[in-house]
Design a binder for this molecule. Structure first.
Ligand SMILES: [Zn+2]
Ligand SMILES: [Zn+2]
Length: 742
């Protein structure tokens, strides 16, 4: 939700060329889910400094996310303590008002770290690995240990007050009065009248209201979060808010309430809302608000579903909730890009609110050259593939197929494997995975969360694991609403994940009771598992997912990065690479896989960049599938530079497909997936052309650079023939530069 009139303040400092981003995050929970991605996005925009305001635990939390976020280097993160005096710039003053729950101290039994690490005592490598992790960043172990006492529960509220805005100088009126408009003499006159002072010009007194519009009063607006009933009384009694209710110096134009319906329905809370007076607008932001927030994702999915409506199922419409609290004051439910203008006139503005019209998207696609023909040809070519009436399992749902940072069309890594109608498993769980599940499954999302038996986290880059916390909490909520028990979720992950979960548990909210962590290294071939507890967990993992084998191997990416292979009792084998360069261990582990899901971050020709970033190119990933003798290779984890579609490689064959967010396939679909290429090329012709243009330019640049360096190496008499030869050479083909899998 955003109401741009009061979104976080961005202030550019022209002199120091430093930009300061003030973000006010009210609860630590919200930050855990959203902050890492937001910071990565801000960093992408070139923001050098980000100042965060928030609850007391914010600083420790920031330390924690720095542990896992190598990519956060390059942006200076600072924290403004919640007790700091108000923030002031040329537009407004922002007050932070911490509120403490009445229930402070309740419901916070001591955390039990053992719960999370069944193998702690015997898993000798864990301590060593963790130490390595902590070596990289000075997180104080004793600080973590001591924080197992009850955290201070505080929520921050922001009250912002716009400064009084001076009136505008009325040029025409000044001219009428014969003032020296357009000359240097007018400057002191303007300054004086804007300050509300009279001036004397050529013996005549001129009042400010004669040549200046009246000043705009200092309005205030409030952003308040009340996560549960425990905060209602403290909010109602808060002295700072009381000052702005009734006859305040600055009238409150808008109060934005981040509060669930149960709080909004509470008579005490409604009375508090009323006390701001009839002129104050109220904005509700909670789960009852429904609006399309990502038009591009809806558009692409609608168009893809024209090609194949079950492989690319249309996204679900936003949930509509009928039961809303009724309010005694003017209240608006939030929508994406809804604006409230504070100046010059106070009003709601809906011009940017997204309206989703699928018919338009369809019409646009049908007009594309060759699109309809290629879809027709695709249907012809696949009409002999037997369409199974019954749903087939496993069913693979790609929830996030982009790398690094979440973007509109491709979210970060997450793949749902529906093993059977009531068993599923997630391969990685990047930020926003829950949101993707909601968009894919709509009202079915709770049922799907209820089937989730395990999560595999390949490595601890932010694009692979930061969605896990929300999945854990939402799964707990979903199971409770279904009236089912909530056994711990089995999470196969590098041991280092433990520290991160522990920190959240200690600082913010209990969740360790919902997790059973199986160190990924314990599932490596030949690994000795000396802990009976871990052994038991592995047993329940295999049983829960109906697997004969769940194997992991170290891959060539960052430290502690794993790939995995799942062998089902019925014989199918799914192999997932995580992030990696071509990796022999993965090839060995994945022999004869039914399906390989392999990262293909970069296009062919970018082998050097791929090595630098420890990723694979398209043809390298396809090569790994060939070496593995995989029945099918599905490429994913594309660099976000390929927003809609990656560049196709000449190595594409009938056993290769590319993944899209929300694409859903079963093994029976794999025969037809390669045939999707022609309609996909028609749908994305414009984007492909643009990317090919970039590639051509790059190749010309490389050829020139090579020529220059050869010229420098050669003597002057050799130069002419060399030049001729270089120009006659075709640009290097992707194959010739291919780095072989090792
Ligand atoms: Zn990644
Ligand atoms: Zn990575």
């Amino acid at each position: 939700m955003s109401a741009t009139a009061w979104k976080p303040v961005t202030q550019k400092d022209r002199f120091e060329q430093e930009c300061c981003f003030q973000a006010l995050s009210s609860t630590l929970q919200r930050m855990f889910f959203l902050l890492p991605g937001m910071i990565l996005t801000l960093k992408e925009t070139g923001l050098p400094k980000c100042v965060l305001s928030g609850p007391p635990q914010l600083e420790k939390y920031l330390e924690a996310i720095k542990i896992f976020s190598g990519p956060l280097k390059g942006i200076d993160l600072a924290v403004r303590p919640h007790s700091a005096p108000e923030y002031k710039d040329e537009t407004m003053t922002v007050f932070q008002i911490p509120i403490y729950s009445e229930r402070r101290g309740e419901d916070w039994p001591s955390p039990s770290p053992e719960r999370l690490s069944p193998g702690r005592s015997s898993d000798s490598g864990a301590a060593e690995n963790e130490q390595h992790l902590l070596d990289g960043n000075p997180v104080n172990r004793t600080a973590q240990a001591s924080s197992s006492s009850l955290p201070e529960v505080a929520f921050l509220f922001s009250l912002s007050q716009l400064h009084v805005k001076k009136g505008n100088f009325l040029v025409l009126k000044a001219k009428e009065l014969g003032l020296p408009v357009g000359t240097a003499a007018i400057a002191p006159i303007i300054a004086a009248v804007k300050d509300g002072k009279s001036v004397t010009y050529e013996g005549r007194e001129i009042l400010p209201e004669e040549i200046c519009s009246p000043p705009d009063p200092g309005l205030a607006f409030v952003v308040v979060e009340c996560p549960d009933e425990g905060f209602i009384q403290p909010i109602c009694e808060n002295a700072t808010f009381k000052r702005y209710q009734g006859n305040a110096d600055a009238p409150v134009a808008l109060v934005a309430h981040m509060a669930p319906e149960c709080v909004l329905e509470d008579p005490r809370y409604q009375q508090w809302m009323e006390r701001f007076g009839p002129a104050t607008q109220h904005l509700v932001l909670n789960e009852s608000c429904s609006s399309v927030h990502n038009l591009r994702s809806h558009k692409i999915q609608t168009q893809l579903s024209l090609i194949h409506p079950t492989i690319f199922p249309p996204l679900t419409a936003p949930r509509c909730q009928e039961e809303h609290a009724a309010f005694p004051v003017p209240t608006v439910r939030g929508e994406c890009l809804l604006k409230y203008q504070l100046r010059p006139r106070r009003e709601w503005q809906r011009d940017a609110v997204i309206v989703c019209n699928p018919d338009e998207f369809i019409a646009e696609a049908l007009e594309l050259p060759n699109f309809q023909e290629s879809v027709q040809e695709y249907r012809e070519a696949t009409k002999d593939v037997p369409a199974s009436a019954a749903k087939q399992y496993p069913e693979i749902v790609f929830l996030g197929t982009g790398s690094a940072i979440p973007m509109k069309i491709r979210n970060v890594s997450a793949t749902l494997v529906n093993i059977s109608p009531d068993r599923s498993l997630l391969l990685d769980c990047g930020e926003g995975t829950f949101g993707q599940l909601c968009r894919h499954y709509g009202d079915e999302v709770d049922r799907v969360l209820g089937t989730l038996a395990a999560v595999f986290v390949s490595h601890l880059h932010a694009d692979h694991h930061t969605g896990l916390l929300n999945i854990l909490l939402q799964r707990e909520r979903a199971l409770a609403s279904l009236g089912k028990p909530c056994p711990p979720l089995l999470v196969v992950a590098p041991t280092q994940l433990k520290a991160w979960l522990q920190l959240y548990h200690n600082q913010c909210q209990q969740l360790l009771q919902h997790v059973s962590l199986i160190p990924a290294k314990c599932l490596q071939k030949g690994a000795e598992v000396s802990s009976p507890a871990v052994e038991r967990l592995i047993g329940s993992l295999l049983a829960a997912c109906e697997l004969e084998e769940f194997q992991t191997c170290l891959v060539r990416h960052c430290k502690h990065a794993f790939g995995c292979a799942l062998v089902h009792a019925s014989g199918w084998k799914v192999v997932y690479s995580g992030d990696t360069m071509p990796c022999e261990a993965l090839v060995q582990m994945g022999k004869d896989a039914t399906l390989l899901i392999h990262e293909a971050t970069l296009e062919d020709g970018l082998e050097e960049e791929a090595v630098e970033k420890t990723h694979s190119t398209t043809s390298q990933a396809i090569g790994v599938g060939v070496q593995m003798n995989a029945g099918f290779t599905m490429l994913n984890h594309f660099s976000q530079r390929y927003a809609k579609v990656p560049l196709f490689s000449p190595d594409f064959n009938e056993k290769v497909g590319i993944a899209f967010d929300h694409m859903k396939v079963c093994f029976g679909d794999l025969l037809t997936v390669p045939k999707l290429m022609a309609p996909l090329k028609a749908l994305f012709a414009g984007d492909i052309e643009e990317m090919e243009g970039r590639r051509e330019k790059r190749e010309v640049r490389l050829a020139r650079a090579a020529l220059m360096s050869r010229e420098q190496a050669a003597g002057p008499e050799d130069r002419a023939p060399l030049q001729k030869r270089a120009l006659a050479e075709p640009p290097p083909s992707p194959q010739s530069k291919k780095v072989r899998a090792q």
